[in-house]
Design a protein around this ligand. Structure first.
Ligand SMILES: *[C@@H]1O[C@H](CO)[C@@H](O)[C@H](O)[C@H]1NC(C)=O
Ligand SMILES: *[C@@H]1O[C@H](CO)[C@@H](O)[C@H](O)[C@H]1NC(C)=O
Ligand SMILES: *[C@@H]1O[C@H](CO)[C@@H](O)[C@H](O)[C@H]1NC(C)=O
Length: 481
């Protein structure tokens, strides 16, 4: 009897998987076409509304200059962006998944890299590589950049910098537009705790399309009064999210995110040594900070870290993108991730509908749910620009895929802090194996798997228990050091 049931069940699972694959194939083929169509629609719309042809990552040669006048160059499969500040050229790493996402319709985009190499064969300029400084020391590399591009950039440099204005498809409320109205360009930081009594600092980093409210509305009220007087809490909104600035000319690279965190928390509040608590995408930033400030981190707590070990011979960025965004319609969260990763123009459309009108959408949700729904998650979900979400997703999660092993090795070999990993057993976005993989790289990491919790409810809904766990982690790491 049981064997028949087991057989039936496994047959059903197999059928279900096959149906999911088949439906997904059709749906994503249609979406491929839709994205292509939207590309033309936005080209025309941008031209009429902003009276300028705006580049996107679909076309091959045009995106050599991104919307902010940065040059995209590639070398041995690695791509970097040359930024012009008024005095020097900078190289920044951007993920190749931004412009190469091989699929049926966009086979053409495979040509992109070669195309760019050909395009960049004219004039030569020397640029100082500021990326990878930590690993290789300051490397002086030579890149070839087409002379006309250099001329255009020089033209741009000569002109006074125009006031950045929000794009027509982005929200222009005062939070979303803070970058342009305020001269002190730092992140929005919610602090709690008294400077006079607090002895230790804790930095909280939220995940993708979220905000500091993810912590402040849940965990913060649940800390014991002893913890509240011992620790100073800093919960940031990442660059481009929540109430933080959302510059239109940023490429939201790992370096830009780190710079902003350092400037807004470590420097602004004179934080010398600290604990880190991070969720999802925030874990990558947390590791990067920990490796950059090895002596300063007292404990590292990572929730659902997106760590996918890459097999030899695989291209790390592409591999991780396919793991995070598998082009499946089910589970729903995988579908959402696939939409966000694969489609520049469809995700811009979603942003146009939701983020541009976030105040109205929030009002509507409150009305429909008669104000019963906790809206703090919505704030994080709605309050970002397409530019911020699109680039952060690609540059931070996929772009760092090839560096994660080096980060984890540094944590294992050079850092002495405790590493604590929490993962919901039912997490459908980041699978549990990510945490075990991390533990195999950093054997001292303690992995705690929580039953019946998913990617969000790992914190939301179990804040009281989690607050106790955090307090224990902090106490332990202070007494051991
Ligand atoms: C814990 O947080 C929840 C809301 O997130 C709140 O309802 C509850 O009262 C808090 N518990 C304590 C002890 O503060
Ligand atoms: C970690 O501990 C070792 C040995 O106790 C010490 O030599 C090293 O400097 C420590 N590293 C950091 C980053 O504190
Ligand atoms: C804290 O230390 C105690 C005693 O060494 C240990 O039993 C406990 O598991 C530790 N907890 C954490 C979260 O590290």
């Amino acid at each position: 009897m049981t064997s028949i049931m087991a057989k039936t069940r496994s047959a059903l699972t197999l059928t279900g998987r096959a149906i999911n694959k088949a439906v997904s194939f059709i749906v994503f083929s249609v979406l491929d076409l839709l994205d292509l169509l939207l590309c033309f629609v936005y080209k025309v719309a941008d031209f009429f509304i902003e009276s300028e042809w705006k580049p996107c990552y679909c076309s091959s040669s045009k995106e050599a200059i991104t919307s902010s006048g940065k040059i995209l160059v590639s070398e041995q499969g690695e791509s970097k962006v040359v930024c012009l500040t008024s005095t020097k050229l900078q190289l920044e790493e951007i993920s190749d998944t931004l412009y190469t996402r091989p699929c049926l319709v966009s086979e053409v985009s495979k040509l992109t890299v070669n195309e760019l190499k050909r395009l960049t064969a004219d004039a030569t300029i020397n640029v100082q590589s500021c990326a990878d400084k930590m690993k290789k020391g300051s490397v002086r590399s030579t890149f070839s950049v087409k002379s006309t591009i250099v001329e255009m950039l020089q033209g741009k440099m000569g002109r006074p910098k125009s006031q950045p204005i929000p794009r027509w498809s982005d929200c222009d409320c005062k939070f979303c537009n803070r970058w342009t109205s305020s001269s002190k360009d730092t992140l929005f930081v919610r602090t709690q705790g008294r400077k006079d009594t607090a002895r230790e600092d804790v930095l909280f980093i939220h995940g993708f399309i979220s905000s500091s409210a993810f912590w402040t509305e849940t965990l913060f009220p649940n800390f014991s009064s002893a913890a509240k007087s011992t620790y100073r809490f800093f919960a940031i909104d990442l660059l481009g999210f929540g109430r933080s600035p959302k510059p239109t000319d940023s490429l939201y690279t790992l370096r830009e995110h780190l710079d902003m965190i350092e400037r807004s928390v470590l420097e602004a509040h004179n934080v010398k040594s600290f604990h880190i608590v991070a969720h999802s995408l925030g874990c990558i930033l947390a590791l990067a900070i920990a490796v950059k400030h090895p002596g300063s981190v007292k404990s590292l707590t990572l929730l659902a870290p997106p760590y996918y070990p890459v097999a030899k011979g695989e291209q790390a960025t592409q591999y991780v993108m396919r793991r995070v965004a598998p082009r499946l319609v089910w589970p729903a969260i995988a579908f959402g991730a696939s939409l966000a990763c694969w489609y520049e123009h469809i995700s811009r459309t979603i942003c146009l509908l939701i983020c541009k009108n976030h105040r109205f959408v929030e009002f509507l949700v409150k009305l429909l749910t008669r104000n019963r729904m906790r809206t703090f998650l919505l704030e994080g979900f709605f309050c970002h620009t397409h530019n911020a979400a699109w680039h952060t997703l690609h540059n931070v999660i996929f772009g760092t895929a090839g560096k994660m092993d080096a980060y984890l090795e540094a944590v294992r070999e050079q850092l002495n802090c405790s590493v604590n990993v929490f993962h919901g057993k039912d997490d459908e976005l980041i699978p549990l194996e990510c945490s075990y993989n991390l533990q195999s790289r950093v054997p001292r990491a303690r992995v705690k798997v929580i039953d019946n919790k998913d990617h969000i409810t790992i914190v939301v809904g179990r804040q009281k228990a989690f607050a106790r766990e955090l307090e224990e982690i902090w106490t332990n790491s202070s007494s051991s050091s």
